[in-house]
Design a protein around this ligand. Structure first.
Ligand SMILES: CC(C)(COP(=O)(O)OP(=O)(O)OC[C@H]1O[C@@H](n2cnc3c(N)ncnc32)[C@H](O)[C@@H]1O)[C@@H](O)C(=O)NCCC(=O)NCCS
Ligand SMILES: Nc1ncnc2c1ncn2[C@@H]1O[C@H](COP(=O)(O)OP(=O)(O)OP(=O)(O)O)[C@@H](O)[C@H]1O
Length: 283
């Protein structure tokens, strides 16, 4: 039961620093607008059962989790310990939200990245996008693959089985390819070119939506729903993305179209939050 230790001990300064960066990234994501179909501070998107307050309550309930899992990573704990902590965090999230799934994807992918950041910093290494992704796979990839899907009834696992899609787990096991090769380059390019964090994040979200096999979209709209969002996101980018004068109008138009179709790219939102976390770590 050694994985209980970090829960009993106060988080380390290192764990708290990493956790603050994760919470900042998750807050940045939910506060960003427009995000097609997704919850923001402006509206609830395609969601009837949650709003920004739900997300903020959930975030508050997870404030200790990200510090504790960073400390577990620092101490070199196996995936079983991380998974145990992640499942407890999911329970706390569900208690805080009245049973609504706001951050399951984030608890998983950002939990693993936080644990890897803890491991690297405890060994005097400076985490960056390449080393962090590689650390997750090298330390816990085999166990994550062996653990498989804990739930055969989750929306994501059903979408993976039914459509043969790549879900959150596959994204991690392949070394976070969408995060590293799509989200972060889009963030970097716009941040450098326009020096506008908001437009950089919107561009990164659309770049991810254009590529990601998002199981949220598959369970909500099937392959047609996923194809619609990927196609519209590619069109947005081909017409200049956030560099175009009418970028806001076109992004809001897709937001409204997703709401009307009950489509919500939650996976893309999680990848965006992970990109914001990595940018924070690299600064
Ligand atoms: C692997 C997880 C996400 C379960 O996901 P599952 O595929 O069963 O589907 P579920 O619908 O519950 O959640 C998937 C979430 O991932 C996100 N997502 C969907 N598609 C993708 C994708 N292609 N890439 C990244 N994220 C995605 C969405 O936000 C979605 O909400 C994870 O919740 C899990 O196994 N949790 C158990 C506890 C655990 O292992 N924790 C580890 C802590 S480090
Ligand atoms: N801003 C956001 N708005 C909506 N979903 C988000 C946002 N950011 C991240 N997500 C992710 O999307 C998931 C919620 O999407 P969705 O509601 O489609 O999933 P679900 O709870 O599995 O499905 P359902 O609500 O139909 O039961 C969250 O678990 C979270 O991982």
């Amino acid at each position: 039961m050694s994985h209980l230790l970090p829960l009993r001990r106060a988080p380390t300064a290192q764990g708290r620093t990493i956790a603050r960066a994760v919470v900042r990234a998750l807050h940045t994501e939910v506060a960003l607008y427009p995000k097609p179909g997704l919850v923001s501070l402006i509206d609830s998107g395609a969601h009837h059962d949650m709003d920004a307050t739900t997300f903020l309550r959930s975030l508050f309930s997870l404030r200790h989790y990200f510090a504790a899992i960073a400390d577990l990573g620092a101490a070199g704990h196996p995936f079983a310990s991380l998974q145990w902590l992640g499942m407890r965090a999911e329970q706390r999230m569900l208690t805080a939200t009245g049973g609504i799934n706001t951050h399951r994807g984030a608890i998983f992918c950002l939990g693993l990245l936080a644990a890897a950041a803890g491991w690297q910093r405890a060994r005097g290494q400076r985490p960056d996008r390449t080393t962090l992704a590689r650390t997750v796979v090298e330390l816990w990839g085999e166990a994550i693959a062996e653990a498989g899907s804990l739930s055969r009834t989750s929306n994501g696992s059903r979408a993976v089985r039914r459509y043969g899609a790549r879900g959150a787990r596959e994204e991690v096991l392949e070394g976070f390819p969408t995060l590293i090769t799509v989200a972060l380059p889009a963030l970097d390019e716009v941040q450098t070119g326009l020096d506008c964090a908001r437009r950089a994040r919107v561009q990164a979200l659309f770049a991810v939506m254009a590529e990601l096999e998002d199981t949220n979209l598959l369970h909500r709209g099937g392959p047609d729903g996923l194809a619609f969002v990927q196609r519209e996101a590619r069109l947005f980018l081909e017409r200049g993305g956030v560099h175009a004068p009418d970028w806001m109008e076109r992004a809001v138009a897709l937001h409204r179209a997703c709401v009307q179709r009950h489509l919500s790219p939650g996976g893309a939102a999680d990848v965006l939050a992970a990109a914001c976390f990595l940018k924070d770590l690299e600064e």
